[in-house]
Design a protein around this ligand. Sequence first.
Ligand code: ATP
Ligand code: MG
Length: 614
Amino acid sequence: MQLKELKNNKPEKYTGISLVWHFLEGSKAYFLISIVAALAVNGLDMITPQIIRTTVDNVLGDEPLKLPGFLMEMVQAAGGVEYLKRHLWIMGLLIILVAICSALFRYWNTMFNGKGAERLVKTMRNRLFSHIQRLPFSWHMENQTGDIIQRCTSDVDMIKNFVSEQLTSVFRIVMMIILSLSFMFPMNAKLTMVAVFFAPVIFGYSAYFHSKIRDRFTECDENEGVLSTIAQENLTGIRVVRAFGREKYEKDRFEKQNNIYTNEWMKLCRILSLFWGTGDLISGLQIMLIVVLGSVFCVQGEMTAGEFIAFVSYNTMLIWPVRQLGRTISEMSKAGVSVERIRYIMNSEAEQDKPDAVTPDLKGDIEFEHVSFGYGDAKVLSDVSFKIPRGTTFGILGSTGSGKSTLMYLLNRLYDLPKENGRITIGGVDIADMKGEWVRRNIGMVLQEPFLFSRTIGENIGITQESVSLTQIREAAAIACVDGAVTEFAKGYDTLVGERGVTLSGGQKQRTAIARMLMQKTPIMVFDDSLSAVDAQTDAQIRQALKSKLKEATVILIAHRVTTLMQADCIMVMDKGRIAEMGSHTELMEKNGIYRRIYDMQMTLEEEVTADES
Ligand SMILES: Nc1ncnc2c1ncn2[C@@H]1O[C@H](COP(=O)(O)OP(=O)(O)OP(=O)(O)O)[C@@H](O)[C@H]1O
Ligand SMILES: [Mg+2]
């Protein structure tokens, strides 16, 4: 599946060209030197046929010498044509000298081009990554990770290759065409016309294929995106695949997509082969015609033998760039697709605070006022209003999908609440008027699905801090009741988490994430179903430790287990995006509503389990 199409009403920040220009910062000078060197190579390449022509016509033959003024003077000073006839090696030496100079410029051309290309790709990667980091959470939720990664790798490479291999050679191509024609025309105008006649044919031909090739490339790229997404999803979800014995299904799914992808490339190859094959035929015909007509003109005395040889050389020099232009056009379509795909990312609006965003003290009361919210069209929260006094513990209970996590995403500004959909205030200040980063830094949140980085446990816990000591890490880990488990690992807090290290149990993961959040020492703490994977005893132990250590903090506890919440100062029961009930445990029990029903049900279950066990 593809990234969503741009649906911007606002003017876009970058056009394709301005984006490439933006990326070229830091590499422009390199490309410029490389272009100048390429032009010098061109100029030198033009000289060799002239030396050959002079050798054939004037040194070996007896045609009168025709050279530009200063060259003529040089030849006269050296002893005239007669001298050259006696020292033929001079002509050979001249050719070698030109070749050496040409090689030198070619070296600079390649070297500076390479440097420019690497700089360019580095800038592209850095800028893309830094922009993606600043994109809203909702953007990341809407777009596929595999596809984003593909855009940051293949598409970036595609643009680099186009700029360094094609775009810089456009100058060389144009110069080559102009130079060859300016040498050909004075030699034989009629034959030049014949040579030029074919150029528009080849151009027209390229233009025709251009549109076809572009479409095919888009198909290929999109299918590659789907393929990487399948592979990426499959690898991250490998446990589920194994657990359900879905290997064959996944293999078939991958193979099917791989087939589609390969077929798209086959189609593309067919078009490209046709394009290049026919192109060869056309240029072959052109060369043949020039050789035949040139020979006729030679025989008729309209051209000398030397001019004929030089003309054929220049004609080859003309044909190459004309064909190359065709190639550049087809590459341009490929690169154009990649630029579009990267432009989508770069034009997606980064998170931005209001210009007068504030950073107030967040120790005050939290208040949700008539909050309604939905992801897209489906409504998730409807007119939710409640208040959490500072320093209290607030419990949220509710069936799955009732909008509990969504409330916390809104509080944390992971999603912005549209203006007309109510207000969330902390200490009386609307969080929409605060700096997003400030809000997040002051609201510690243990997400429902904690994610740990592939680093050591110690690093994972201390990740929110600039510098941190092991004692501080252990202190947080002790409150989260994970210190004991970690010290049992051979490498303790230096144990690597994830693929290259140990696999933590669900409960250990949750508790490590709790410890990580505790390190932030925020005035507001949210535990979104964070004690679901620990046993009731550990659950109670963690809550006890939290209570005694964090007296000042406002704590929001989301849970499905009533016992986790029953000691909270206030408990809110959510049902289908609305508040069903609210009050303390005793009040809610007296109310005899949903809370009571859930409580009774869970207690009965627990008693049954205890009875079964004994
Ligand atoms: N990023 C999203 N895009 C679209 N819909 C979403 C998104 N996140 C959640 N939803 C939907 O919003 C509704 C509320 O989800 P939410 O995660 O807030 O529920 P919850 O009360 O936390 O449930 P649970 O107890 O299972 O964690 C669900 O119907 C869910 O499918
Ligand atoms: Mg949830």
